[in-house]
Unconditional design. Structure first.
Length: 394
């Protein structure tokens, strides 16, 4: 039996339910035209985190803009997710099909290709040799200094590939989360989490990393100072999306194999269920004031607005077939949703959940991120492209 690693980083993998199904169907098979090859890391271009501006934002609300097609990025990619750091970089996680994280700047140039292969012993993990990963999702620290990337699978002795239909009884090995330094664009930490990690999020105070573990049905709580898991919290069948209150005191976790969310007190670690949210809750976003959650319901095919104080659904929007990931504008006025089976992105006004605009993208859009300084929307399409849209003036 292999030694249990001391430090790990969680894999991010988007999960999907086919409408009306009771078991998950994650689109984790690569398009036929894509080969499962690993690209080599490029020499990184150092990028220093930008200094936040203290000036108030006098721009019109994001809900007042219109999405305009700006750029399509291709190459040796199969992006499962995209994540903007807020400091001028966007990370695309290419999972097990390319075994890379590709990094872009605001000129849409590729500045680095980071291999998912690591030598765990170099990071204090008691494993000999080198291991591959499968980057799925990512989360930037509030200052943009680091990006945490989850690995759906690890490849090497003692590991086996993750799967979308599983239970804790299947005894999948723990996986890892990588931390990437956004200046050097190199992996600098490897942190152990649970089995088949999917989504992850950093608390707004920057102190804690949360990771949902798909096949161990739990949540890893990681202390970012020590780079170690400090607690695992049972969640239920197929935990996925995470949203965290702006005060860093409460988190909500989407239980995709159910119709509920789990509310977690991040001080006491007590939990309670928010029942009846809808079928297959997948992705969560939270309003800037913490008053509302926005939940994509894969099984029901709608997006719900949920009052965080009462747990009640106050409005829903139909955005397209199989709504998957979503992102909220920084001012909270607009919600952007990718519709996997419609090959579209929908823009929704959060005030009344009315549909403002729908635009076409590449086949199978699956990930999405918002860069507030430029007011640009980046959309990862599983078929091998990233679409970038301008929404109003920057």
């Amino acid at each position: 039996m292999r030694p249990r690693p001391r430090l790990v980083v969680a894999a991010l993998c988007a999960t999907a339910f086919i409408a009306g199904c009771s078991t998950p169907a994650e689109p984790d098979s690569p398009p036929a035209q894509l080969a499962a090859t690993t690209t080599q890391a490029l020499t990184p271009t150092p990028t220093s985190p930008a200094t936040p501006s203290a000036a108030p934002d006098t721009r019109p609300p994001a809900s007042a803009g219109r999405l305009v097609d700006l750029r399509t990025i291709g190459g040796e990619i199969s992006p499962k997710s995209v994540t903007a750091t807020g400091t001028g970089l966007v990370f695309a996680q290419n999972m097990m099909y390319r075994h890379t994280v590709t990094v872009y700047d605001r000129d849409f140039d590729l500045v680095a290709t980071i291999s998912d292969e690591v030598t765990p012993s170099q990071f204090g993990v008691e494993l000999d040799g080198s291991y591959g990963g499968a980057p799925v999702e990512a989360a930037a620290t509030p200052d943009g200094r680091y990006v945490y990337v989850s690995n759906y699978s690890m490849y090497g002795p003692g590991f086996r590939e993750g799967t979308d239909i599983c239970t804790p009884r299947d005894d999948y090995p723990d996986s890892f989360v990588y931390r990437i330094d956004t200046t050097s664009l190199e992996i600098d930490q490897v942190i152990e989490v649970g089995a088949v990690p999917k989504y992850l999020a950093v608390t707004p105070d920057g102190a804690t990393l949360l990771v949902t573990n798909w096949c161990s049905f739990d949540l890893s709580v990681v202390d970012v100072t020590t780079a170690a898991e400090v607690r695992r919290i049972p969640i239920g069948r197929y935990p996925r999306g995470i949203a965290i209150h702006p005060d860093s005191g409460t988190a909500w976790i989407a239980v995709m194999g159910d119709t509920r969310l789990v509310q977690l007190d991040l001080r006491s670690y007590g939990t309670k269920d928010l029942e009846g949210v809808g079928g297959g809750p997948r992705h969560l976003q939270i309003s800037p004031d913490g008053a509302f959650l926005y939940v994509t319901l894969n099984r029901d095919g709608v997006v719900a607005k949920v009052d965080t104080a009462t747990g009640e659904t106050v409005a829903v929007a139909r955005t397209g077939q199989a709504p998957r990931s979503a992102v909220l504008s920084t001012d909270g006025t607009a919600l952007y949703v990718v519709n996997y089976e419609s090959d579209t992105v929908a823009k929704v006004a959060t005030a009344d959940m009315s549909l403002l605009q729908t635009v076409g993208v590449g086949h199978h859009p699956i990930g999405i991120t918002w860069d507030d300084d430029t007011r640009q929307l980046w959309v990862a399409c599983y078929s091998g492209t990233i679409a970038v849209f301008q929404d109003g003036s920057a």
